[in-house]
Design a protein around this ligand. Structure first.
Ligand SMILES: N[C@@H](CCC(=O)N[C@@H](CS)C(=O)NCC(=O)O)C(=O)O
Length: 222
C-alpha cells in the first residue's frame, strides 16, 4: 500500500492537528475516505480495505483473541511501558527538559510489568505467532519492548523466556525490523532533521506537516 508519512512527535502538533486528531494523539491515518486517530481503528480499517496481507486472522476465535491481545497491548501495556516508563525516561527529559526520574521508573518496574509479563508468558506461543500467522496483536505487543530498551532501564525479563523468544521472532519480521531501525535512527537526529532522514531512507513524505512548536498536552494526557 503506497503511503506518505508526516513525521511528527507527540505533544508537538500544530493548531490544525486537533482537527484531524481530537485527542491530539498519534498515530493518525488519512486517506480519501477516512481520518482515524487511533491505531486499533487504523489497523482494522487497513485489514478490511486491503485484505492481503492479513492483519487479523480470519477465523472468529483467533480473530477475537488477536483483537483482545491488541487491546491489552494498547491499554495496559501502553499505560505501563509508554506512559509510566518511556514517557518518564525519554519523552519528558527530551521534550520538556525535565530530569529523568529514576526513582519513579524503579518503582514502576518493580510493581507493574511482572503481572503483565506473567500474562504474556501464559499466551506466548512456543513457536510462530500468537494467533497463527503474524497478526497486528503480535506487533502491538512487541513494539512496547523496543520502547523499554530505549528507556535504558535495568528491567530483567529473564523470568519470562517464552515471551522473550516470541517477541524476538516478531521483531525479526522484515516489516517490523525496518520500522525499528528507522525509529532508532530518528532518535539520533534532531526533530528538524527528521524529514531529511526519512527522505534519505526512501520513505515518501507528505508535502505539508502538522508539526508545531512547543509542548501541548492532549485532552487525555496524564
Ligand atoms: N490508544 C491510542 C494510543 C495513542 C497514544 O497514546 N499516543 C501517544 C504517543 S504513543 C500520544 O500521541 N500522546 C500525546 C498525548 O496524549 O497528548 C492508539 O493506539 O492509537
Amino acid at each position: 500500500v503506497p503511503f506518505q508519512i508526516d513525521p511528527i512527535i507527540p505533544f508537538q502538533g500544530n493548531e490544525d492537528f486537533t482537527r484531524i486528531s481530537p485527542l491530539r494523539r498519534i498515530p493518525v491515518f488519512i486517506d480519501g475516505q477516512v481520518t482515524l486517530g487511533d491505531s486499533t481503528a487504523i489497523g482494522e480499517y487497513l485489514d478490511e480495505r486491503y485484505p492481503l496481507p492479513l492483519l487479523f486472522p480470519k477465523m472468529p476465535a483467533a480473530r477475537a483473541q488477536a483483537r483482545w491481545l491488541e487491546e491489552f497491548a494498547d491499554s495496559r501495556m501502553g499505560d505501563v511501558f509508554i506512559w509510566r516508563i518511556f514517557n518518564v525516561a525519554v519523552i519528558r527529559p527530551a521534550v520538556l527538559k525535565q530530569p529523568r526520574d529514576d526513582a519513579a521508573i524503579g518503582e514502576t518496574l518493580r510493581d507493574e510489568p511482572p503481572p503483565i509479563m506473567d500474562y504474556l508468558e501464559s499466551v506466548a506461543p512456543g513457536d510462530g505467532f500468537a494467533c497463527g500467522d503474524l497478526a497486528l496483536a503480535d506487533i502491538a505487543i512487541a513494539v512496547h519492548f523496543a520502547n523499554l530498551r530505549w528507556s535504558r532501564t535495568a528491567a530483567d525479563l529473564s523470568p519470562w523466556p517464552k515471551t522473550i523468544a516470541w517477541i524476538d521472532r516478531v521483531e525479526r519480521t522484515p516489516a517490523l525490523a525496518k520500522l525499528t531501525s528507522l525509529a532508532e535512527r530518528a532518535m539520533t537526529v534532531r526533530r528538524a532533521e527528521w524529514r531529511a532522514l526519512y527522505g534519505e531512507m526512501g520513505i515518501a513524505l507528505s508535502e505539508t506537516t502538522y508539526a508545531g512548536q512547543g509542548f501541548r498536552k492532549g485532552p487525555m494526557s496524564v
